[in-house]
Write a protein that binds this ligand. Structure first.
Ligand code: SAH
Ligand code: TYD
Ligand code: ZN
Length: 405
């Protein structure tokens, strides 16, 4: 049995997706087949309850020059980060010469608002192409992995950070002990470390199994993040549920005793206990539902093909790598995926090699059905593509179960 990366306790495996390619490796027709494969399996720690992968993908296989994901691909996400940047500017960053560091700053969607306000900031992100987009927005970026050593260098050069912010990135870092040592070296005595990520409670409740993939090494809950913060010498001071990405949580971490611990923390821990998030049976039931959903999805797509209906997919998400590779969905069932990310267009989705085409191709002509891989952006996409429905088109979703709308 593998040991928990947080506490060393035993990790009980609850789902094995088998051999899977790196989720964001959109290959060219020439490089198809060169994807890095690993065994994607998730487990839950019997001691601290942290849900985590049992096998780690070397970080350079995931985050490099060619890493294609862009935060700016969703208007909802752009507004979400802009709003939080303004909130920070009005509170934690309102003092004299504040300094903020973002771990996983990507294309600068969050920091550009901070930069425009003239506040000292630094984004840290190892993926060179997306870091370049951030620089083009006037954001200062260190193209690097955040960890113990890089954090010490930042602290020496720029001084302590009042806020260390990180959205959808800390969960990607298996070597989390090093991250916390880095935060300890860099964070001002009364500073805050804010983590925002997909919420395990929402993932289990909605059977959102595709949130399990290489980059999501951890799936956070309030219970497990509190245990993690304590393990590494910090305190979880506040939590705030967020609607983005199908259900997220914002965790505010501080040095012990520096911030009042809000009632929301204990309330969520209690709710997680009540809803069974800390019990193994929950994960066995989840595993059962995943198998059912995948069978149902393949059955539906096969039936539609036999009936001669056209189906294309929408949103070449990292999440969909789990779906297409576990279910065995290739171009025979779904001829292409529409996506607005230039770095994914003209490429092939990892593993089953479904071609990715620009969003504009969606209407040339509209298919009978559209499989929504970016279900977490359903509202935004369905609003943008309302003419598809008006023309008689139907969306296929598989979260919380396979259904047609
Ligand atoms: N914060 C953005 C981007 C999330 S994608 C958002 O929420 O939309 C995750 C980002 O983390 C990628 O840009 C990736 O390059 C970066 N990343 C991965 N490991 C990292 C590490 N150890 N330190 C800093 N950034 C990292
Ligand atoms: P997302 O679900 O945010 O993340 P992940 O890759 O981690 O699963 O990815 C959304 C994808 O969908 C991204 O490739 C951009 C694309 N997209 C569109 O093509 N059109 C849109 O309107 C939106 C919101 C996203
Ligand atoms: Zn543990």
């Amino acid at each position: 049995m593998v040991q928990c990366r947080i506490c060393g306790g035993p990790v009980e495996e609850f789902f094995d997706f088998g051999r899977q390619p790196v989720s964001d490796s959109f290959v060219t027709p020439q490089t198809a087949g060169s994807e890095f494969y690993f065994r994607l399996a998730a487990g839950v720690c019997a001691e601290c309850t942290m849900v985590q992968l049992v096998e780690e993908v070397p970080r350079e296989q995931m985050f490099h020059e060619d890493y294609p994901y862009r935060s700016a691909g969703s208007v909802v996400m752009r507004e979400h980060f802009e709003k939080y940047a303004h909130q920070l500017l009005g509170t934690e960053l309102a003092g004299e010469d504040p300094f903020v560091v973002e771990i996983g700053s990507n294309d600068g969607t969050m920091l550009k608002t901070i930069g425009r306000a003239g506040v000292r900031h630094l984004g840290v992100d190892p993926s060179a192409q997306v870091a370049g987009f951030a620089r083009a927005e006037g954001v200062r970026v260190r193209t690097d992995f955040f960890q113990d050593g890089s954090a010490r260098e930042i602290a020496a050069a720029d001084g302590p950070a009042n806020v260390i912010f990180s959205a959808n990135t800390v969960s990607h870092i298996a070597y989390i002990d090093s991250v916390f040592r880095g935060v300890d070296a860099l964070l001002a005595p009364d500073g805050i470390f804010v983590i925002e990520d997909r919420y395990l409670g929402a993932i289990i409740a909605q059977n959102a199994f595709d949130q399990i993939y290489d980059e999501h090494f951890y799936l956070f809950s309030v219970t497990s993040v509190r245990a993690m913060a304590e393990r590494f010498g910090f305190e979880l001071a506040d939590v705030e549920p967020l609607a983005v990405h199908g259900g997220s949580m914002r965790y505010t971490i501080a040095r012990p005793g520096q911030r009042a611990v809000s009632a929301a923390v204990t309330e969520h821990v209690e709710r997680e206990r009540e809803t069974g998030l800390t019990r193994p049976e929950t994960y066995h039931r989840f595993a059962q539902h995943v198998r059912e959903s995948c069978r149902e999805l393949v059955r539906l797509l096969t039936e539609l093909r036999e009936e001669g209906r056209s189906v294309v997919a929408y949103g070449a998400t990292a999440k969909s790598a789990t779906v297409i590779n576990y279910c065995g969905i290739g171009p025979d069932l779904v001829p292409f995926i529409c996506d607005n990310t230039p770095a994914k267009q003209g490429r092939l989705a990892p593993g089953t090699h479904i071609p990715v085409r620009p969003s504009e191709d969606f209407a040339k002509p509209y298919p009978d059905y559209a499989l929504l891989f970016a279900w977490n952006h359903a509202e935004e996409i369905m609003a943008k593509e309302r003419e598809f429905r008006a023309a008689g088109g139907k969306w296929i979703l598989y979260v919380p179960e396979v259904h047609i709308v």
